[in-house]
Design a protein around this ligand. Structure first.
Ligand code: SF4
Ligand code: SF4
Length: 259
């Protein structure tokens, strides 16, 4: 089994506060920033499993807030040349432009997610697109709205085949402390647990890379259904039927993520 992508959070904080952020960043009490030294160790460790995934994506939170982001990008590319993606909201345009050399020299795939965060935001992103002609401008949330159906306190009667076919299981796997969490909801559930009593854990939702065997890796990503998946609303309906809301800043309340 080969995963399409592994996400690597360089920090949990963000300079936006988007309603329905699927990493729960607006709720975080965790001001964790990955140091360049830690990232280097993580990438060296992950390198042993380089044949188990295609891309490594650096993101947050807002990745540009990490003061050592330049060294982290260089280090990621050293371990996975040509396989690194960098996702940012681009709010700090000057900071992003200051990384141009390191991003282009390392052939890093740049994805900027567009948000209507201020007057003149369209021009803001036009400027970035001029600076980075190869970047992908991801406007999905602005165009289609944020989904507002994430998790449920109750167990949902979603069928097993549907849960196993969830695209997040191979596209949004999260690396945290030598573990691979099945998706962002699972990896950052603690952010939600700070503000609400959540009746399930994420204890069964990660694969421990320190105990790697090919068989157990394949069994986990191919067959395991962690408890959290039974509470997932995202996977219950086709994407087009999910409730979507226009982009807005959140009130930082649990009910914006769990019903
Ligand atoms: S910019 Fe991204 S990480 Fe930040 S709050 Fe919005 S959705 Fe979450
Ligand atoms: S919690 Fe939901 S989004 Fe995450 S892997 Fe399970 S079904 Fe997919």
């Amino acid at each position: 089994m080969r995963l399409r992508n592994i996400d690597y959070h360089v920090c949990d904080v963000c300079n936006l506060n988007c309603g329905s952020c699927n990493h729960f960043c607006p709720l975080t009490k965790n001001k964790r920033f990955i140091t360049a030294e830690q990232a280097y160790k993580d990438f060296r460790f992950l390198h042993e499993f380089g044949n188990k995934f295609d891309k490594l994506t650096l993101l947050g939170g807002e990745a540009l807030l990490n003061p050592e982001i330049d060294a982290i990008i260089a280090s990621a590319n050293g371990a996975f040349p040509g396989r690194v993606k960098f996702i940012t909201n681009g709010v700090d345009a000057d900071k992003l432009i200051s990384l141009k050399q390191i991003l282009t020299a390392n052939n890093v795939e740049l994805v900027v997610t567009e948000y209507p965060f201020k007057e003149g935001w369209k021009e803001h992103y036009v400027r970035l697109a001029e600076e980075f002609p190869d970047m992908t401008l991801y406007d999905y949330r602005v165009e289609h709205g944020f989904i507002s159906e994430h998790l449920s306190y109750d167990v949902q009667d979603t069928d097993i085949a549907k849960l196993l076919s969830c695209e997040k299981r191979y596209k949004c796997v999260q690396y945290v402390d030598r573990k691979l969490y099945i998706c962002h909801y699972a990896a950052y559930l603690d952010n939600l647990s700070y503000v609400s009593e959540v009746p399930f854990t994420n204890e069964d939702s990660y694969y421990d890379l320190e105990k790697y065997t090919e068989e157990s890796f394949d069994a986990f990503f191919g067959k395991k259904i962690p408890e959290i998946c039974g509470h997932c609303l995202y996977v219950k309906k086709p994407y087009e039927d999910l409730d979507k809301k226009p982009w807005k800043r959140t009130d930082r309340k649990a009910e914006e993520w769990i019903q």
